[in-house]
Design a binder for this molecule. Structure first.
Ligand SMILES: [Zn+2]
Length: 316
C-alpha cells in the first residue's frame, strides 16, 4: 500500500494526469501501468528507463572506474551500483572482506559542510508539517517527513522514477531538496523545470552542486558549476541566498587524494594510495571553517548551495 499522503500527489510521469491506484498505478490517459514494490511506486517511463540502463552499462564497461566498490561489483546488471549502499549480493567473499577492511581504514572525508545544518535544517523544520521532496535522495534519509525520490529502489526511497519526468501533480511541495544530483544528469534544465512545476507558489528549493570535485560516476557524471553557473541554472527561482558549501580546502583535499592515487592504474594500489593520501590531507578541512568566509572562496570552492523561492505569481 502506497502511503496516503504520497498516493494523493502522484501523477503519471508521461502525461502528468492523476492515476488510478490499485495493485498497480494505472494512468487511464495514456494506458500505462506502473508497478508497486512493497509500498513504493516505480514510476519509470519504459523507454526512459531503457535509455538510462543502456547508458549505465556503457559506462560500466569502460575502464575508468575510480570507485573501489565499482571494481568489486560483479553485478553488471544492476541498475545502480548497489554495493555502494551496502548490498553485496553477487560479490565474492574476498571482495567483501577487502571492502570491509577498506571501510575500516578509510579516512574521514576532506570536506566539512556546515550549510546542511545551518541552512537546510531550519528549512526542513519550517515545513515539517508540509510536503518536502528530496529529488535524487540516494539512501540519505534526511528526515522522516521528507519524501525521498530516486532513480532506483534504495533503502529509504519512497518513490522511484526519473527526475526529468517527476511523477507528481503540479504545485504540491513546500520545499524541494536537490543535493549533488545535477552533475549526474544529462539534462539538468529539464529536472529544474520539473522541480519548478511540482513546487507550490512561494515554495522553496535547496540545491547543492560541485564545482572543483573529481570525476565521480554514480555511475554517470556530466558537469560542474561555478557559483555564477548555478545561479544561472536556477534563474527561474528568486534567489534567497547562495554561496560556498564546501570550500577551497575540501577541493584541494579531494584533488590531492585523486592526484596521488592516479600514479597507479591497478585498482587495489590506486585505492591504497587514495586511503594514505586521505589520512594525510583530511585535517586540512578544518581550515574551511575560516576560508569559506573569505571573499575569494568561490574561486576555488569544492561546491556551492543555492536557496531560492518560486515567485507567488509565477506561471508553470
Ligand atoms: Zn499518462
Amino acid at each position: 500500500m502506497i502511503p496516503r499522503r504520497i498516493a494523493a500527489i502522484l501523477a503519471c510521469p508521461k502525461c502528468k494526469s492523476k492515476p488510478v491506484i490499485g495493485k498497480t498505478v494505472f494512468c487511464p490517459q495514456c494506458e500505462c501501468n506502473y508497478e508497486i514494490k512493497g509500498d513504493v511506486p516505480i514510476m519509470h517511463i519504459k523507454t526512459d528507463r531503457r535509455e538510462i540502463e543502456k547508458q549505465i552499462l556503457r559506462t560500466k564497461s569502460a575502464v575508468n572506474f575510480t570507485n573501489f566498490t565499482e571494481a568489486l561489483s560483479k553485478r553488471k546488471d544492476r541498475f545502480l551500483l548497489s554495493s555502494q549502499y551496502g548490498d553485496f549480493h553477487g560479490t565474492t567473499t574476498l571482495a567483501r572482506f577487502i571492502y570491509r577492511i577498506g571501510k575500516m581504514l578509510y579516512p574521514p572525508a576532506p570536506v566539512i559542510n556546515k550549510v546542511i545544518a545551518r541552512k537546510r535544517g531550519p528549512l526542513i523544520n519550517k515545513f515539517e508539517n508540509g510536503l518536502i521532496l528530496n529529488v535524487g535522495s540516494g539512501d540519505d534519509c534526511t528526515h522522516e517527513r521528507v519524501i525521498n525520490f530516486d532513480l532506483d529502489l534504495l533503502p529509504g526511497v519512497n518513490v522511484v522514477g526519473n527526475g526529468e519526468n517527476l511523477p507528481f501533480l503540479d504545485e504540491r511541495f513546500d520545499l524541494i531538496i536537490n543535493q549533488a544530483v545535477l552533475e549526474h544528469v544529462k539534462k539538468p534544465e529539464k529536472i529544474i523545470n520539473e522541480i519548478f512545476r511540482v513546487l507550490k507558489k512561494s515554495g522553496y528549493v535547496y540545491v547543492e552542486t560541485p564545482f572543483l570535485q573529481e570525476y565521480h560516476g554514480f555511475p554517470l557524471d556530466f558537469q560542474r558549476y561555478t557559483l555564477m553557473g548555478l545561479e544561472n541554472l536556477l534563474s527561474r527561482f528568486e534567489k534567497i541566498e547562495s554561496g560556498v558549501c564546501a570550500g577551497p580546502s575540501a577541493a584541494f583535499g579531494r584533488i590531492f587524494r585523486e592526484y596521488i592515487a592516479s600514479f597507479s592504474d591497478n585498482i587495489y594500489i590506486h585505492q591504497i594510495l587514495k586511503v594514505l593520501a586521505g589520512w594525510i590531507i583530511f585535517p586540512l578541512r578544518y581550515l574551511d571553517l575560516w576560508l569559506n568566509r573569505k571573499k575569494y572562496a568561490h574561486v576555488l570552492a569544492m561546491g556551492f548551495y543555492f536557496i531560492g523561492q518560486k515567485a507567488a505569481r509565477s506561471k508553470n
